[in-house]
Ligand binder design. Sequence first.
Ligand SMILES: Cc1ncc(COP(=O)(O)O)c(C=O)c1O
Length: 436
Amino acid sequence: MKNRFEWWQGWMEKKSKYARTTELQMNEGRFNAAAVGTGLPLIYQQSTFKFENAADGANRFLGMSPSGEKPFARVYTRLGNPTTEYLEKVMFKLECDHIIQNALKADESLPTIGVFAFSSGMAAISTTILGFIKPGDALIVGNVYGSTDSFVRFLENRFGIEVFFVDTTDTQKVKECFDEHHNIVAVLLETPANPTLEISDIQAISELTEANEALLMVDNTFATPFLQQPFRMGADIVVHSMTKYINGHSTSIGGIALGPYEYFSNELFHVYKDLGPTPSPFDSWLNSTSIQDIGLRVKTQSESAHKIAQFLHENPLIDHVYYPFLKNHPQYEMAKKQMRMGGGVISFELKGGYEEGIKLMNFFARVDTPMELAVSLGSVISYIEHPASMTHSVVPEEERVLRGITNGLIRLSVGAEGSDVLIEALDRGLKLAHGK
Ligand SMILES: Cc1ncc(COP(=O)(O)O)c(C=O)c1O
């Protein structure tokens, strides 16, 4: 073994005992009950907290307590805040319910997983990587969101971190990269990936990362904990942009990371406190209210998206539809295995290309259509966007097309308007874009 991380052995033992499981989904009723939680938190809209006495002050500075409480969440809001702690606990239950149950049964005295909320998804991703990376280390990075991609390139250019961009949908390619390079400390992937909706095999890749004493970090933003719980399949760190489905109403920007307790409490906490990527108590409160119905929202959105994907698949004005639960998806079997449903995002290839894409966007910019022309996703409002002219317009065309983001690709995030209404609007918009 490489003795890369001091906490590795302890984490491996706990991971095999409590986290890995053959049951890949949390029971739906239990999930919804955990999301509703135990009521609502108060908004602790304050930057600092009064101590009872000197000893109390000193105690609260000691960090995360074994009971999972965070005494420092009652010191100074950059370190943590009770409203944010409430949200962290709900997310912890949604991603890790089985770990909690298994550890309780085994009378485990220390928490297995640590959790921190952040002011954005990017703050969660960048801070969590900065907590473990060292000069000379290497990362394997899959097809990831633009800012994640540019953050790892920044690490490479400024700090001597090597980055290998690998198609993580092909486990063999990940293996070959590990065989060739012995300084890889983590694999970072999204599944489903943004915007191509490619699926990576979490379980198979986690076996490779474990054998190489490297971390598997899964961005679970698109799936949400309702559809997929990566710790069950061997992930070491799970991150989310809470801006998307956790919030669900486009009212705030936020992020969250969960991972080995020892790493989070001893190492990552210091980076968190020094960088200051903490969310505001009000944003944590907003997310604590909206997370309560995440299961209901994501179920409705997935049901609608599946019907819309089928409609698009059969539409002669569409060249190709990317949706994990459509049989033509290259990783359909894998998606079915690791996800409860197909999710709320669909990408599709318009016949024609760029011009038709722009026309379709302009149709949905109109006030009489049930979608918004906007680049976020995961809201109860449907959003449609054209990556070639919007989110990915900065990527050189050749590279963009190689990554599957072609001129005619459209990304649709299905909201809660209902599939009939959305299909009717798409039908009108597609005909108009094609001059029919
Ligand atoms: C998969 C994924 N990860 C991370 C992010 C970054 O999240 P945020 O915008 O909350 O910083 C996004 C944003 O679109 C995303 O789609």
